[in-house]
Design a protein around this ligand. Structure first.
Ligand code: SAM
Length: 465
């Protein structure tokens, strides 16, 4: 199937709620997923404009064999995209017959809306919701460069640099060709929403990672000490893994697991581009990874970012505004897996610190999973009180839930997200070692003596709630 037919099929699938753009792109048999994803997203972004132009040009009335989704993709390419690429010969010829009319309708639409550029047309057409106002966050990959050099590069390219933000209001006010540094995360650049850096040379060279601020929290809060052993339990496509590697300075080891071969293949490319050299990838069910395996004897840190409903994802909110919550059956299945994975992770014998995260807004996948795991660990772990200034906290469904962090476009100008940080409870012992690292963000405390807790090998073996 060619690029345009594949893009039309994905658009049709999204409209009939068969899945998200990303899911359908990955499920398609089209080879160049990045190219397909970009084309579908852009066509979707201009959807209302394209509908208006196609309707006023009478395209579908004149060409009855042209299906609406394909028409939308082709008109996007012709009027707003980079022009026709290879393939789609028959349709290109057909569209060219209509191009004068289509161009005239686009120009008329701009006049009616009092704008001159395509981008302005987009802004004038719709009142963007909070999800559309989430800034473009860019993590500087410290394995390849430093924040100062990245800032200088953008300044040389004519971007106006506004220094480190002091509040979210500074982020909200960003516009035009300007950027600043995030008030909280040290290596995070912030650009106005919709700044497209996919073709930027620093991104292509792996110096920059396009990653939402909320999704930078898990590795930041896990804060593994360089040289440590870390498990990334559900790792693909690997943005958080590359962040972990940067924090480790490529020293130590990351054992990264995922079930999905296709996602692991993109992950290998992503990690290579980011200069990650301390990571071992394995196509494996994390639940089948044995905590008693000698290889994981020194694992002190685990990042668990399991499959979830994705109900907080900004792309989903933009693609399917007002989409309902996942069905109760799906939520039950997801929460069941998440809880099993979390309990399993807590059984690794040397584990000191674990971050659990989802891009879901549902209590069932977040606070409920955390609460059940804490209860089942029967006191071996507790929630670490992290980022006291973070404005959006866990739902108060159990004592201590305020230590969890939530995120949303409205409250934190990020995608919807949830994070909880577990730390092992230290049993007072005269034999305790001093902490491994200064606690900002807090790092694991003293190394636990192996025989200290009889049940430590399996916190989930304790009776449930
Ligand atoms: N942490 C990733 C990142 O930042 O790029 C995103 C992870 S995504 C939310 C969840 C991943 O878990 C998916 O890639 C999925 O294939 C994987 N997964 C689901 N069940 C799994 C299992 N039992 N063991 C390992 N990975 C699993």
């Amino acid at each position: 199937m060619g690029l345009y037919a594949a893009a039309a099929a994905v658009l049709a699938g999204v409209e009939s709620r068969q899945g998200s753009i990303k899911g359908l792109v990955y499920a398609s048999s089209f080879q160049n997923v990045k190219q397909l994803y970009a084309l579908v997203c852009e066509t979707q972004r201009y959807s209302a404009v394209l509908d208006a132009v196609i309707a006023s040009a009478g395209l579908l009335r004149a060409e009855k064999q042209l299906r609406p989704h394909l028409a939308k993709v082709l008109v996007y390419e012709l009027l707003l995209g980079k022009g026709f690429r290879g393939g789609g010969g028959r349709w290109r010829a057909l569209l060219r017959r209509h191009q004068a009319r289509l161009r005239a309708e686009l120009a008329r639409l701009k006049v009616r809306r009092g704008v001159s550029s395509n981008e302005e047309l987009l802004e004038a057409g719709a009142q963007p919701g909070p999800a559309a106002q989430v800034p473009r966050f860019v993590r500087v990959n410290t394995l390849k460069t430093c924040t100062e050099d990245a800032v200088d590069y953008f300044k040389r390219q004519g971007f106006s640099y506004q220094g480190r933000a002091s509040s979210l209001e500074d982020l909200r006010a960003l516009q035009g060709k300007s950027f600043l540094l995030d008030p909280l995360l040290p290596e995070l650049l912030v650009f106005p929403a919709h700044t497209d850096l996919h073709e930027h040379p620093l991104y292509r060279a792996g110096h920059l990672i396009l990653q939402d601020k909320a999704s930078c929290l898990p590795a930041t809060l896990l804060a593994p000490r360089p040289g440590a052993h870390v498990i990334d339990a559900c790792a693909a496509p690997g943005n958080k893994t590359s962040h972990l590697a940067a924090l480790l300075k490529n020293r130590g080891k990351i054992f990264a697991f995922d079930l999905d071969a296709k996602r692991l293949a993109s992950m290998a490319t992503l990690l290579a581009r980011a200069g990650v050299s301390c990571c071992e990838l394995a196509e494996k069910d994390f639940l089948a990874v044995s905590p008693s395996d000698e290889r994981y004897r020194q694992v002190e840190y685990i990042l668990l970012d399991p499959s979830c409903s994705g109900s907080g994802m900004v792309t989903r909110q933009l693609e399917e505004p007002g989409a309902g919550a996942p069905s109760p059956e799906r939520l039950r299945a997801l929460a069941g897996f998440q809880q099993r994975a979390l309990c399993h992770a807590l059984t690794f014998p040397a584990l000191q610190r674990l971050v659990y995260s989802t891009c879901s807004l549902c209590q069932e996948e977040n606070e409920d999973v955390v609460q059940a795991a804490l209860q089942q660990s029967s006191g071996a772990f507790r929630l670490a009180p992290v980022l006291p200034a973070w404005p959006h906290r866990g739902l108060s469904t159990f004592p201590g839930a305020e230590h969890c962090l939530r995120a949303s476009p409205e409250t934190t100008l990020t995608g919807g997200f949830f994070v909880a940080v577990f730390e092992r409870v230290q049993v007072p012992s005269s034999a305790s070692q001093p902490p491994a690292q200064a606690p900002e963000p807090p790092s694991p405390g003293p190394k636990r003596k192996k025989r200290r807790r009889k049940a430590a090998g399996d916190p989930c073996a304790a009776p449930g709630p």
